[in-house]
Design a protein around this ligand. Structure first.
Ligand SMILES: [Zn+2]
Length: 314
């Protein structure tokens, strides 16, 4: 993905519902848009490398040189779809144009899906596209801590949870104040074997990683991180004073799950919701909702298709 040229409203993405309808009034317009985002430097024939091609009526690009046909949607989220691309676009617009996202019931109504299950599946496919393959790692000063997500559970304290899902949160801390990007993941437990790989995957080596005194993070220095530990018990400060970033993200995440989904998210599918939350949070400063639509389409042409079975089986 090219970060150099910033997408412009009205040129690269529609700014309003009316513009959306005008731009994507038919299948060819949708295919052309996908083609542009999939090959930002221009299409190149995978067979002969030439760049001159025509769009056929069936959404295929036919190379002017060797006649080979290339599908615009093969190898993308839309591969093998039997639904019109326009429906996909409507769903992507619906999801990104709402600040807190949409639920399956709302989507069923807006797009006119026959069943709740269909709408639910489509939403999960969208969430699947919200993680950009090969995305950059967090860097600089990064807070890392775990939080517990799930229904009210009394009598369980701290890390001794059984039923709640454990989510590790990493957030960039900006000086003197403010937060950068976040990364979230559900982990089976709080052992070093679960926590350290998360840090290694999500955070650039050499970064300063701030954690509490939990032993699970003890090996971070061996992985080339600057590890700054704050021992909660010795300082006597409550957690939100020492880990303001993680505490804030965790509170926002829980509020979002409650508000948008009434908290009814099973841990089996929680990772999809974490991806959606991350997508929204990391683009929270986007002035135009259309920019989120653009980013989602851009990522949808970079990820592989996922089936309902794959979603359900995990
Ligand atoms: Zn060719």
């Amino acid at each position: 993905m090219s970060e150099k040229s910033y997408p412009v409203g009205g040129v690269d993405y529609p700014r309003t519902m009316q513009e959306f309808d005008e731009w994507f009034s038919n299948e060819v317009a949708c295919v052309e848009y996908l083609r542009r985002l999939r090959w930002p430097e221009g299409f190149q024939c995978p067979n002969c490398g030439k760049n001159k091609a025509w769009l056929t009526g069936r959404g295929l690009l036919r190379c002017a040189n060797c006649q080979r046909q290339t599908s615009v949607i093969a190898g993308t989220l839309f591969e093998g779809t039997r639904k019109p691309l326009r429906t996909w676009f409507q769903v992507m617009w619906y999801i990104t144009s709402q600040k807190y996202g949409g639920n399956a019931l709302g989507l069923k109504r807006v797009v006119g899906f026959g069943s709740y299950q269909t709408a639910w599946t489509w939403l999960h496919k969208m969430r699947h596209a919200m993680v950009r393959p090969g995305r950059d790692r967090l860097s600089g000063k990064v807070e890392v801590d775990e939080t517990y997500v799930g229904g009210a559970e009394t009598g369980v304290r701290g890390r001794e949870t059984e039923k709640k899902a454990i989510v590790v949160v990493a957030v960039e801390i900006h000086e003197p104040f403010g937060f950068g990007r976040v990364r979230l993941r559900q982990v089976p437990d709080v052992s070093g074997a679960s926590l350290v790989p998360f840090v290694c995957e999500m955070i650039e080596p050499g970064s300063e990683v701030l954690t509490d005194g939990w032993g699970g993070y003890n090996t971070l220095v061996e992985h080339n991180y600057i590890h700054s530990k704050t021992i909660l018990s010795s300082s006597g400060d409550p957690a939100h004073v020492l880990m303001p970033g993680v505490h804030r993200i965790a509170a926002l995440l829980k509020r979002w799950l409650l508000g948008a989904y009434q908290g009814s998210v099973s841990s089996k599918y929680l990772d999809y919701y974490l991806d959606e939350y991350t997508f929204r949070f990391n683009r929270r400063s986007a002035q135009a909702r259309g920019l989120l639509f653009y980013r989602l389409v851009e990522q949808a042409v970079q990820v592989e298709h996922i089936s309902r079975n794959q979603i359900i089986l995990g």
